[in-house]
Design a binder for this molecule. Structure first.
Ligand code: 5AD
Length: 362
């Protein structure tokens, strides 16, 4: 059994916290180098491409920060037909991706049985790995989709600070939202699970971010997505209608650097996880920022395969890049860039590897 590489020693929550508070560029170089080394040793030089298909922007939830929440007026709402979803899958296949990520708001008109049919057809016709990211759906839906062949599920828990979480996520249908619990159930259903958080939510402290990262490890997450919080003026949090407590100097900034710290520390505590360089990071830091995350622990990119006609309507936050993100732009501009970074485009489905942790911990 190989020992897990720990270039900075075993990282407890207080060590993680110290790194999150570290501002000295020279010392941070050690963090970047360590994360890149663990990335290379544990998941290799392949960068896996996942085709992101935004299947519906309808949403019943009222998350205080999100531009497609039910609260936001004036969003032009769309929902793809089964044919459109299938066409998206074939497009991802043609572009050479190993995974299709189907994402939407929490939209109950994306019905259990209809989606099960689509998943079965996608698996039969394309052999792609299928990742779902459809919100906090009931257990029966999650079980049926797993049965239909879905491989993975993404559900960011956004923050482990329970009071901040509840301020930002009003209950739906009288049920208090508990995404950590849903993630555990997804794990038991046999999904690879993806958690994650936004970095720099107003009211989010360095300490609570350190806890988030410890939870990624405790739950043995297969995927972790983190991006900076980007204020959306049409949302209650963005407009100031919802005001988390002022945490002063303890406030984690919503910067590219803080996001990279979280990515790097996540790589160190979850050496085998698939970690994307996210669209939100690209939005605040441009293509260079996205490349930076790939040098600081990330190993996945999710080019957008949503048809252009729908893309602008999937406006989770302002400035969300809808052009650079396109699959075609990716092929043109990033193929070469990756090669220069000594990385290759991943082949196959890019499942979570299990070399150091052959069994689930829980
Ligand atoms: N800024 C940054 N990320 C956001 N998300 C939603 N709204 C915003 C925002 N205003 C992220 C959440 C969600 C994911 C799909 O998008 O983390 O889980």
């Amino acid at each position: 059994m190989n020992a897990v590489p720990q270039p900075l020693g075993p990282l407890g929550e207080d060590d993680i916290l110290q790194w999150l508070r570290e501002d000295d560029e020279a010392r941070l170089e050690d963090l970047w180098r360590a994360a890149d080394g663990v990335r290379a040793a544990c998941v290799g030089d392949e960068v896996h491409l996942r085709g992101l298909l935004e299947v519906s922007n309808h949403c019943v939830r009222r998350c205080a920060y999100c531009g497609i929440s039910a609260l936001v007026p004036g969003v032009s709402r769309y929902r793809m037909s089964e044919e459109e979803m299938l066409a998206g899958a074939h497009r991802a296949r043609r572009l050479g991706y190993g995974t299709l990520v189907m994402q939407s708001g929490e939209d109950y008109a994306v019905e259990r049985d209809r989606l099960s049919r689509v998943i079965r057809q996608i698996k039969a016709e394309t052999r792609l790995a299928v990742t779902l990211s459809l919100g906090e759906r009931p257990q029966d839906d999650l079980a049926a989709w797993r049965e239909a062949g879905a491989d993975r599920y993404l559900l960011r828990f956004e923050t482990s600070d329970r009071s901040l979480y509840e301020l930002l996520h009003p209950p739906h249908a009288g049920i208090v939202s508990d995404r950590i619990d849903i993630l555990r159930r997804l794990q038991r259903l046999g999904y690879e699970i993806g958690g994650g958080v936004m970095v720099g939510i107003p009211g989010q402290t360095h300490r609570s971010l350190a806890r988030d990262i410890a939870i990624f490890r405790e739950m043995d997450m297969d995927m972790v997505g983190v991006g900076p919080y980007v204020a959306h003026p049409a949302t209650p949090l963005g407009s100031g209608a919802v005001r988390p407590p002022d945490v002063g100097a303890e406030q984690a900034p919503c910067t590219d650097q803080m996001t990279c710290k979280v990515v790097a520390l996540t790589r160190l505590v979850c050496p085998e996880a698939n970690i994307p360089s996210t669209t939100a990071l690209g939005t605040v830091a441009g293509e260079d920022g996205r490349a930076l995350a790939l040098r600081r622990g990330a190993n996945v990119v999710m080019p957008n395969v949503t048809p252009p006609a729908y893309r602008a309507a999937y406006s989770i936050y302002p400035g969300k890049d809808t052009s650079v993100e396109t699959a075609d732009a990716w092929q043109e501009r990033w193929g070469e860039r990756l090669a220069r970074m000594g990385r290759t485009v991943g082949t196959g489905p890019g499942h979570r590897r299990r070399r150091f942790y052959p069994d689930r911990k829980m």
